[in-house]
Design a protein around this ligand. Structure first.
Ligand code: HEC
Length: 155
């Protein structure tokens, strides 16, 4: 057998083998009695933007595309979801301490301002999650207003 053919067999076998790795899926319920709507006012419009562009990585429910079942995409996605949820989970926002809520709302405004979120790698395949200028402005305004409202309750 040629060296090339051996390499090919190794690569294909590995690809087949990793398909058996099945990361746990994030398929809970996003809207709970402790989600963000219990901490700050979220208009239906803002909620819609958050659900479309942020909830896949920042809530207890991810809408998985078909290719999410294929490795190594599945693991790559699972990592992003875990990391995103660790930093900020809108489904559990109401359980955060007041200071953390304020900090996170500021970060939301900052991230959207500098086009840091949603992650670029995600937008390549999720065109519907790309934020328009209008959506960006609405999110930033919402996050800043929410931050101020929360700050007022500190005093
Ligand atoms: C594809 C997954 C994904 C999507 C979609 C996504 N994020 Fe993130 N987000 C992450 C990951 C991963 C991190 C942590 C690592 C980092 O900061 O890059 C993060 C971090 C953040 C942080 C920083 C939290 C902190 O305290 O440092 C904020 C704020 C944030 N995201 C807001 C958003 C908003 C708002 C949206 C929607 C407009 C969004 N994200 C969409 C994956 C995502």
């Amino acid at each position: 057998m040629s060296k090339k053919r051996k390499m090919l067999i190794v690569i294909v076998s590995l690809l087949v083998l990793i398909q058996f790795i099945r990361p746990e899926k994030n398929t809970g319920i996003a809207d709970t009695e402790k989600d963000i709507t219990h901490s700050v006012t979220v208009s239906p419009e803002v909620k819609n933007i958050l659900e479309k562009s942020c909830y896949d990585c920042h809530s207890n429910h991810t809408e998985y595309p078909w290719y999410a079942n294929i490795q190594p995409v599945a693991s790559w996605l699972a990592n992003h979801v875990n990391e995103g949820k660790d930093e900020l989970n809108f489904s559990e926002f109401d359980t955060f301490k007041l200071k953390r809520k304020i900090k996170k709302m500021k970060k939301v405004a900052d991230e959207v301002k500098k086009d840091g979120m949603p992650l670029n790698s995600y937008l390549i395949i999720h065109k519907d999650a790309v934020l328009s200028e209008d959506q960006k402005n609405k999110l930033i305004k919402w996050a800043e207003e929410s931050m101020l409202t929360l700050q007022d309750t500190l005093k």
